[in-house]
Design a protein around this ligand. Structure first.
Ligand code: CO8
Length: 258
């Protein structure tokens, strides 16, 4: 029987998505990207899910990159098409998902793998993680948003160094550089991610979706992030969750967000 490429499990309001090609270190082939995309869309529409953890199967790798075997013989047009489809169907989708996605980086996060982790809303790395964008060793450049999102996270100088040297950094440098939010032991990784996801799940999902959109607006070309914030802030006053959150505070009880 064919192994499923993407596994989904749910515990309470938290869904865990596991990329499941451990023999290929979870390298992203087209089918895995398409399945991940469908999985994320379905979880976005699932009212029982409030936060998502994304990780890789096995103890060695989050994702070791795009599947080199698949694109090794591509033409210029095929390369462009592959990158554009990836951006649209998965990487931008995750970045703009209405529910926070936490990357649990459990080993190698290289090339498209680091780009996938960077499209998530936050990253927690185990202390055996190695992260880098080695594309220039293959004669290609990061094509799933790495040139943009790495510079946003660690600044232009460090991004230039990582991309041009193709070097890998460990979890502690990732933490120092702002690439990851937390570092844990391998054993504690999923617990830490669940703890963060649990905090998220207690808050207003409607407000969280609006906040994600406002933060992202500041990085979008031709969009005024401050204006986006003002609009989203005002719109929040018309939501049931605003009524519940403020009423609960005034009644000295915990809010119950649906
Ligand atoms: N693609 C395909 N197969 C891979 C990949 C990959 N990215 N990474 C690992 N594998 C496979 C290996 O081929 C090997 O398979 P097999 O057993 O059939 O030979 C298996 O996984 C295990 O790998 P190794 O034996 O190499 O394991 P090691 O522990 O010796 O090494 C490394 C681990 C260091 C992670 C090593 O596997 C490696 O260097 N992998 C490639 C890393 C890399 O260069 N990643 C970037 C790829 S390019 C990319 O991601 C571009 C993104 C943008 C694309 C935009 C659209 C084109």
């Amino acid at each position: 029987m064919m192994e499923e490429l993407v596994l989904v499990s749910k515990e309470g309001k938290i869904a865990t998505v596991t990329i499941n090609r451990p023999k290929q270190l979870n390298a992203l082939n087209g089918e895995t990207i398409a399945t991940l995309s469908e999985t994320m869309k379905s979880l976005e529409g699932d009212d029982s899910v409030r936060a998502i953890i994304l990780t890789g199967s096995g103890e060695k790798s989050f994702v070791a990159g795009a599947d080199i075997k698949e694109f090794a013989n591509y033409s210029v047009e095929e390369g462009k098409d592959l990158a554009r489809r990836g951006h649209e169907s998965l990487f931008n989708l995750i970045e703009n998902l209405r529910k926070p996605v936490i990357a649990a980086v459990n080993g190698f996060a290289l090339g498209g793998g680091l780009e996938l982790a960077m499209s998530c809303h936050m990253r927690v790395a185990s202390d055996n993680a190695s992260m880098g964008l080695p594309e220039v060793t293959l004669g290609v450049i990061p094509g799933y948003g790495g040139t943009q999102r790495l510079a946003q996270l660690v600044g232009k100088g460090k991004a230039m160094e990582m991309i041009t040297t193709a070097g890998m950094i460990d979890a502690n440098d990732g933490l120092k550089w702002g690439l990851v939010n937390h570092v844990t032991s391998a054993d504690e990784l999923m617990t830490k991610c669940s703890e963060i996801a649990g905090k998220i799940a207690r808050n207003s999902g409607v407000a969280i979706a609006a906040a994600i959109s406002a933060v992202n607006a500041g990085f979008a070309e031709g969009v005024d992030g401050f204006e986006a914030e003002i609009t989203a802030f005002g719109e929040a006053f018309g939501t049931d969750e605003f009524k519940e959150g403020t009423t609960a505070f005034l009644e000295k009880r915990k809010p119950e967000f649906k």
